[in-house]
Design a protein. Structure first.
Length: 458
């Protein structure tokens, strides 16, 4: 967490207290503003998004709760800590119901204040991994990489709709950049849990010694540096969805801990004795072949079968080249609006070249290329010569059809038909002649293999 980018608003009618709190927070490295009443604080909040607001409960002519309602109407993700010398159990309960993160009594204990601020910001940082919250904070959204007319994308859309209504565990498999997290988020947003948190965890990025505390939280004093209780990802996802990305990289101990909580929904925080119970739907994803990993003894077989109640396989972009025109159109429109650039159009020849490229980085690589063109290309038309060198270089060297050993005859035929339609001719009559089959037979195979994209023109 870069503290210099954290913005905190301090609100209290005692100017001396405001100055003291600001000084403490500035020494910690935070950026701070101060106000003495609700009106001035509201003006600050209308011009600036704050990560956190520290406010007195009693303010001239109004209250800290009124300020909370005003600020959260504009910025739902801003955290609040109330400070008051008039604390009662009733007011504390009401404050928590309104969404206050913590409640500090005056005179302030500055050590507790620092710990409370840090805890609130850590909580916010984790919850901000929820894509919906992150989108609101950044005032932007990402284009949908699952756009497409291919049968494989239609099948995934149907499967998402079918599994969303249940709480069944889902395992999403696919290469990096194919949109596995988007699939997980789509399941969440179509489920009854959509109003609750979607928490994402990259298992490969968590060292084994921190994994247990990150997933299940820790209590104060559990280890050096644990200055306060901290909820884990399971607590934060309670009632919602926990997305475990790169599950194949989870350590053996982590695999055992995860299996245990999946079985009964209970765990203990690190250093704690009380049994915690949560209601969380788990969706996992991997770019590895977990069956091979199980066979190699690197992943628990019982956990694999517990996760893979419903498997979802996201195909690489090279296997759904018919979706590339729709994806390019979607990306061009999105990034032109996002970067305030003129609308651009890619020529048919340029799109066909994109369809011929294997895209090892999948949809993510295509998206990044289109975004770069939207930003750097001055003309409204993107022609073949405007595409990056790596695309043209690959096209010049790709004179043969390469098939991996072990590929089925049906897959070879599907690849041959697709390559003919994208590399040789998009006209179906001409393509049928090149392939040595009738147009009717080609139509049947296009339907059989789900090759009904816009690249195969009538």
């Amino acid at each position: 967490m870069d503290k210099s980018k954290i913005k905190i608003l301090v609100v209290d009618d005692e100017k001396g207290l405001c100055a003291g709190v600001q000084e403490v927070l500035r020494r910690e490295g935070y950026f701070t503003d101060a106000a003495t009443d609700v009106e001035s604080a509201s003006k600050f909040a209308s011009r600036q998004l704050y990560n956190l607001v520290l406010t007195d409960m009693k303010l001239p002519g109004s209250s800290g709760l009124e300020l909370l309602r005003r600020v959260k109407a504009r910025s739902p993700d801003t955290a609040f800590i109330l400070m008051t010398a008039y604390g009662t159990v009733e007011s504390a309960v009401q404050a928590m119901k309104e969404g206050v993160h913590d409640y500090l009594s005056k005179p302030l204990d500055m050590q507790r204040l620092r710990a409370s601020v840090l805890k609130a910001l850590e909580f916010q940082a984790v919850v901000a991994e929820n894509s919906e919250l992150r989108l609101r904070l950044q005032k932007r959204s990402d284009p949908n990489p699952l756009v497409g007319a291919s049968e494989s994308m239609h099948a995934i859309a149907r499967l998402i709709h079918e599994v969303a209504s249940s709480d069944v565990t889902v395992l999403i498999q696919g290469e990096s950049g194919t949109g596995k997290e988007i699939v997980a988020r789509s399941i969440h947003l179509q489920s009854a849990r959509r109003e609750r948190a979607f928490i994402s965890v990259n298992c490969a990025a968590l060292p084994e010694q921190l994994l247990e505390a990150e997933l299940f939280g820790h209590v104060k004093g559990a280890f050096t540096g644990a200055v306060a209780d901290k909820p884990g990802r399971f607590q934060l996802a309670d009632g919602g969805t926990l997305f475990l990305d790169e599950i194949g990289d989870l350590s053996p101990k982590g695999q055992g801990d995860l299996l245990r909580v999946l079985e009964d929904g209970t765990f203990r925080m690190v250093g704690g004795t009380d049994l915690q119970r949560v209601d969380v739907r788990v969706i996992a994803a991997t770019n590895k072949n977990l069956q091979d990993t199980v066979a190699a003894g690197k992943f628990r077989e019982d956990l694999f079968y517990r996760l893979q109640i419903v498997p979802v396989v996201v195909p690489p972009l090279r296997e759904r080249a018919e979706d590339i025109p729709l994806l390019i159109e979607s990306f061009l429109e999105h990034f032109a609006a996002r970067h305030k650039r003129r609308r651009k159009k890619m020529s048919a020849e340029a799109i066909q070249l994109c369809q011929r490229f294997p895209w090892p980085g999948n949809v993510r690589q295509l998206r990044n290329m289109v975004e770069r063109l939207v930003i750097t290309h001055r003309s409204a038309n993107i022609e073949l010569a405007d595409l990056p060198d790596f695309l043209r270089a690959h096209d010049q060297s790709a004179t043969t059809l390469t098939v991996r050993p072990g590929t089925s005859q049906a897959e070879v035929e599907k690849l041959l038909i697709r390559q003919t339609l994208t590399r040789v001719t998009s006209n179906r009559d001409e393509a049928a002649k090149v392939l040595g089959i009738s147009r009717r037979a080609l139509q049947y195979k296009l339907k059989q293999y789900g090759l009904r994209g816009r690249h195969s023109a009538e």
